[in-house]
Design a protein. Structure first.
Ligand code: THU
Length: 132
Protein backbone atom coordinates (compact mmCIF):
# COMPACT_ATOMS: atom_id res chain seq x y z
CA UNK A 1 0.00 0.00 0.00
CA UNK A 2 1.38 3.38 -1.03
CA UNK A 3 1.28 5.63 2.01
CA UNK A 4 0.64 9.35 1.63
CA UNK A 5 3.06 10.35 4.39
CA UNK A 6 2.39 14.05 4.12
CA UNK A 7 -1.37 13.53 4.37
CA UNK A 8 -0.97 11.44 7.53
CA UNK A 9 1.44 13.93 9.09
CA UNK A 10 -0.99 16.76 8.31
CA UNK A 11 -3.77 14.75 9.99
CA UNK A 12 -1.61 14.33 13.09
CA UNK A 13 -0.93 18.07 13.09
CA UNK A 14 -4.68 18.76 12.90
CA UNK A 15 -5.38 16.26 15.69
CA UNK A 16 -2.79 18.07 17.83
CA UNK A 17 -5.16 21.03 18.00
CA UNK A 18 -7.34 18.85 20.25
CA UNK A 19 -4.63 18.31 22.87
CA UNK A 20 -5.63 19.01 26.47
CA UNK A 21 -2.24 19.77 28.02
CA UNK A 22 -2.73 22.48 30.66
CA UNK A 23 0.20 21.24 32.80
CA UNK A 24 3.06 20.54 30.40
CA UNK A 25 1.71 22.74 27.59
CA UNK A 26 3.32 20.12 25.34
CA UNK A 27 0.73 19.38 22.67
CA UNK A 28 1.04 16.14 20.74
CA UNK A 29 -1.07 14.88 17.85
CA UNK A 30 -1.16 11.39 16.40
CA UNK A 31 -2.88 9.86 13.39
CA UNK A 32 -3.29 6.19 12.54
CA UNK A 33 -3.81 4.87 9.02
CA UNK A 34 -5.85 1.72 8.38
CA UNK A 35 -5.43 -0.58 5.34
CA UNK A 36 -8.70 0.81 3.96
CA UNK A 37 -7.25 4.32 4.04
CA UNK A 38 -9.13 5.56 7.08
CA UNK A 39 -7.29 8.02 9.31
CA UNK A 40 -8.02 8.23 13.04
CA UNK A 41 -6.53 11.11 15.00
CA UNK A 42 -5.89 11.65 18.68
CA UNK A 43 -4.11 14.04 21.03
CA UNK A 44 -2.70 13.92 24.53
CA UNK A 45 -4.94 14.50 27.53
CA UNK A 46 -3.39 15.43 30.89
CA UNK A 47 -4.57 15.07 34.48
CA UNK A 48 -3.80 17.06 37.63
CA UNK A 49 -2.75 13.63 38.90
CA UNK A 50 0.05 13.66 36.36
CA UNK A 51 0.47 9.91 36.04
CA UNK A 52 -3.03 9.60 34.64
CA UNK A 53 -2.07 11.57 31.55
CA UNK A 54 -2.54 9.72 28.30
CA UNK A 55 -0.34 10.26 25.26
CA UNK A 56 -1.63 11.18 21.82
CA UNK A 57 -0.57 7.84 20.32
CA UNK A 58 -2.58 5.84 22.84
CA UNK A 59 -5.61 8.11 22.58
CA UNK A 60 -5.59 7.64 18.79
CA UNK A 61 -5.06 3.89 19.17
CA UNK A 62 -7.84 3.50 21.74
CA UNK A 63 -10.21 5.55 19.60
CA UNK A 64 -9.46 3.40 16.56
CA UNK A 65 -9.62 0.07 18.39
CA UNK A 66 -12.90 0.88 20.13
CA UNK A 67 -14.30 1.95 16.78
CA UNK A 68 -13.61 -1.53 15.45
CA UNK A 69 -10.36 -0.98 13.58
CA UNK A 70 -7.98 -3.91 13.90
CA UNK A 71 -5.10 -3.31 11.52
CA UNK A 72 -2.88 -0.30 11.03
CA UNK A 73 -0.31 0.42 8.37
CA UNK A 74 1.16 3.60 9.79
CA UNK A 75 1.08 6.14 12.59
CA UNK A 76 2.22 9.76 12.47
CA UNK A 77 3.16 11.79 15.54
CA UNK A 78 3.57 15.57 15.58
CA UNK A 79 4.68 18.01 18.29
CA UNK A 80 6.86 21.14 18.54
CA UNK A 81 10.10 19.29 18.97
CA UNK A 82 13.20 19.44 16.80
CA UNK A 83 13.14 16.46 14.47
CA UNK A 84 9.72 15.38 15.75
CA UNK A 85 8.63 13.69 19.01
CA UNK A 86 9.58 10.06 19.57
CA UNK A 87 6.82 7.83 20.99
CA UNK A 88 7.35 7.02 24.67
CA UNK A 89 7.97 3.49 25.89
CA UNK A 90 4.38 2.91 26.98
CA UNK A 91 3.07 3.88 23.56
CA UNK A 92 5.65 1.70 21.86
CA UNK A 93 4.35 -1.26 23.85
CA UNK A 94 0.73 -0.61 22.85
CA UNK A 95 1.71 -0.03 19.23
CA UNK A 96 3.73 -3.27 19.25
CA UNK A 97 0.63 -5.12 20.42
CA UNK A 98 -1.98 -3.55 18.16
CA UNK A 99 -0.03 -2.09 15.25
CA UNK A 100 3.03 -4.37 14.99
CA UNK A 101 3.48 -3.91 11.25
CA UNK A 102 3.01 -0.14 11.23
CA UNK A 103 5.46 2.39 9.99
CA UNK A 104 6.06 5.40 12.26
CA UNK A 105 6.42 8.97 10.99
CA UNK A 106 7.40 11.81 13.28
CA UNK A 107 7.58 15.50 12.48
CA UNK A 108 8.09 18.82 14.17
CA UNK A 109 4.89 20.87 14.04
CA UNK A 110 7.06 23.80 12.93
CA UNK A 111 8.36 21.84 9.92
CA UNK A 112 5.87 19.24 8.71
CA UNK A 113 7.80 18.65 5.49
CA UNK A 114 10.72 17.06 7.35
CA UNK A 115 9.63 13.60 8.42
CA UNK A 116 11.69 10.99 10.24
CA UNK A 117 10.69 7.43 9.43
CA UNK A 118 10.78 4.39 11.70
CA UNK A 119 8.89 1.15 12.23
CA UNK A 120 7.10 -0.07 15.35
CA UNK A 121 9.25 -3.20 15.23
CA UNK A 122 12.40 -1.12 15.07
CA UNK A 123 11.33 1.11 17.97
CA UNK A 124 10.53 -1.82 20.25
CA UNK A 125 12.41 -4.98 19.27
CA UNK A 126 11.37 -8.23 20.94
CA UNK A 127 8.26 -6.66 22.47
CA UNK A 128 6.46 -8.40 25.31
CA UNK A 129 3.35 -10.30 24.13
CA UNK A 130 0.94 -12.84 25.57
CA UNK A 131 -1.04 -13.58 22.42
CA UNK A 132 0.52 -14.33 19.03
N1 THU B 1 3.26 12.73 25.23
C1 THU B 1 2.60 12.19 24.16
O1 THU B 1 1.47 12.56 23.87
N2 THU B 1 3.24 11.23 23.44
C2 THU B 1 4.49 10.75 23.70
O2 THU B 1 4.95 9.82 23.06
C3 THU B 1 5.28 11.34 24.80
C4 THU B 1 4.60 12.34 25.64
C5 THU B 1 2.58 13.74 26.04
C6 THU B 1 2.21 13.30 27.43
C7 THU B 1 2.16 14.62 28.17
O3 THU B 1 0.85 15.16 28.02
C8 THU B 1 3.13 15.51 27.43
O4 THU B 1 3.43 14.86 26.20
C9 THU B 1 4.42 15.75 28.19
O5 THU B 1 4.99 14.56 28.58
Amino acid sequence: MKIDVQKLVQAAARARAGAVAPYSKFKVGAALLTPAGRIIGGANVESASYGLTCCAERIALFKALTDGEKKFVAVAVVARWDGGPMPCGACRQLLAEYAPDARVFVADSADLDTVQKFTVRGLLPRAFRLAS
